[in-house]
Each structure stands twice: as C-alpha cells, then as structure tokens.
Design a protein around this ligand. Structure first.
Ligand SMILES: Nc1ncnc2c1ncn2[C@@H]1O[C@H](COP(=O)(O)OP(=O)(O)OP(=O)(O)O)[C@@H](O)[C@H]1O
Ligand SMILES: [Mg+2]
Length: 267
C-alpha cells in the first residue's frame, strides 16, 4: 500500500519568490483532492512529488525511501502524473505509440505494453482512435490519451492535475469511474481539481493550498463545513452544500444523494 511522506518541503523557482513553504503531510490510499486558487502552487507540488522538480529544502519519501534515492525509471514505474495540459505530455504522432511509450519505458515487453495500452484505451472509449494522430483530436480526447498513457503504466501512485477540465458530462463520469477503479485496486490517487462538486463526490480527504501553504487538510465534509476557511482560500463549497446552508440545515451535505438519504431517514 503506497504512502508518501512529505517533510518540511519548500520550493522556489527563483531565489526571491518562495512558492511552497514548509509543507509536511502524509498521503496514503485515502482518495485525496488538492484544491486552491490559481497560482497557489498545486501543480508545482505534484511535480515535486513526481521528481520533475527538486525541493529547495525538505524531503519526499515513497514507502519510507527518499525519492532522491530512486532512479528515474524506478520513479516512473511507481508514480504516474497526468499533466494539466495534455500538450505538455503528448509527443508521439500515433495514439497507440503514445500510450505504449510509458509501459515500454519502464521495461514492459512490447506485447505486455500493447495489451495494457489497448485495455486502457478501450476502458476510456478510445479504441477506435488508436491509429489517429493525437494532435488531430480535440482537447477532451487528448486529455483522455494523456490519462491512458499513465494508466497503462499501472503505477501504484496516480496523480491527476485537473482531469475534468474540457470534458463533457459523459467524459467526467468516465474519469469518476476511473478514479473509483484505481481506489479499488488499492492505488494512491491524488487529484488537483477546481470542480468542488466533483471533489465532494469522489474524494474523502481535501487539502487546501493557499499561497504555497496548507490552510486546511482533513475529511472533505469537515473542510467544506468551514465557511470562513473557504472564503480565505477563495473557494466555494459544492452547490448542494451551499443550497442546504441557505435553507438553514446545520449538517454539511456534500452530495444530492447524501441529502436525499438523510431526508428520507436512510443513513
Ligand atoms: N516554471 C516556472 N518558473 C517560474 N515561476 C513559475 C513556474 N511555474 C509556475 N510558476 C509560478 O509558481 C506559482 C505556482 O504555480 P502553479 O502552477 O504551481 O500553481 P497552481 O496552483 O497549479 O495554479 P493553477 O490552478 O492556475 O493551475 C505561480 O505564481 C506561478 O506563476
Ligand atoms: Mg496548476
């Protein structure tokens, strides 16, 4: 079971401007969302977890071992990161080659890599696109291809940076099912996301970043019950939570389903 321990992590791109400041927390297989306004440092944080950036100070440990000590292929085989912008990730001219690249890179045989790639492309409904050029496809499909490339590697840690942006309802549902499937497989799923309704539906833990610091980290229900904290982070609670609050309910309801169940007396 994957665990990442972050100890006093700080990071600057330039000496004058601190971006992340003294972050300490432990991530486990609890489905976790990272939320916070634009520029809070969310993408920078996950790039550090993936080893794409090196901490200015502090330590990141995966299952007790500093990631500094892991070789690049070893890190790639254990931590997958789906980029916020698929154009930063995709570089092959054929969908199947793009999705097979990661698995081949971490040492899977050609047959294994192809099997894995076809499996995830089918799961994401992209099986008829395998010979297409990713750049001929729309943003939503390119984002799904970037997701497929990471899923095909079967890493124990899967980090998603804004997975729902540019997707319609059907694709968002697919992403929701993918996150649930990864959780059932016992993987660590960490997701940066701006869609608070999606956070409420999919994640048990929410970490709020404000100007490179953790403002609050706890069960999603607890985080969304704290109006003043959300205001400080320029965040809104999920729509159902806001509606129930306006109607005078004291309890924090995160989803329509939870609210309806409570009203009908079913817990
Ligand atoms: N390569 C870079 N060089 C210098 N500064 C950078 C670089 N990348 C990001 N920054 C700055 O670091 C800060 C944090 O950026 P980051 O992309 O991590 O934020 P974010 O929370 O992911 O924002 P968003 O919600 O807009 O994606 C911002 O002020 C940004 O301008
Ligand atoms: Mg970002």
């Amino acid at each position: 079971m994957a665990e990442m321990k972050i100890e006093h992590l700080s990071f600057n791109y330039t000496p004058q401007t601190p971006i992340l400041q003294d972050i300490s927390l432990t991530l486990d297989t609890t489905p976790t969302a990272i939320i916070g306004q634009n520029g809070a440092g969310k993408t920078t944080f996950v790039k550090l977890l993936k080893g794409l950036l090196k901490p200015t100070s502090g330590e990141i440990k995966l299952d007790g071992k500093s990631i500094r000590a892991l070789s690049a292929p070893n890190l790639a085989a254990q931590i997958g990161l789906v980029f916020q912008n698929p154009n930063d990730q995709i570089f092959k001219n054929k969908v199947i080659d793009e999705v097979m690249f990661g698995p081949l890179n971490i040492g899977m045989s050609k047959e294994q890599a192809k099997k894995k790639a076809l499996e995830v492309l089918q799961w994401l409904g992209l099986e008829d696109k395998i010979n297409d050029n990713p750049y001929d496809l729309g943003l939503s499909e390119r984002k799904l291809i970037a997701l497929a490339s990471v899923l095909a590697m079967d890493t124990q840690v899967v980090i998603l940076d804004e997975p729902t942006i540019a997707h319609d309802y059907a694709s968002k549902e697919k992403i929701k099912l993918t996150i649930k499937k990864l959780q059932e497989q016992g993987k660590m799923v960490l997701t940066i996301i701006h869609d608070m309704d999606f956070v409420a539906e999919c994640f048990d833990r929410a970490i709020v970043l404000v100007k490179g610091k953790i403002l609050i980290d706890g069960p999603t229900e607890e985080v969304f019950s704290k109006e003043a904290v959300l205001k400080e982070a320029y965040l809104e609670a999920p729509h159902v939570t806001q509606l129930c609050r306006c109607l005078g309910y004291k309890q924090t309801y995160l989803t329509v389903e939870a609210f309806v169940k409570a009203q009908k007396g079913i817990e």
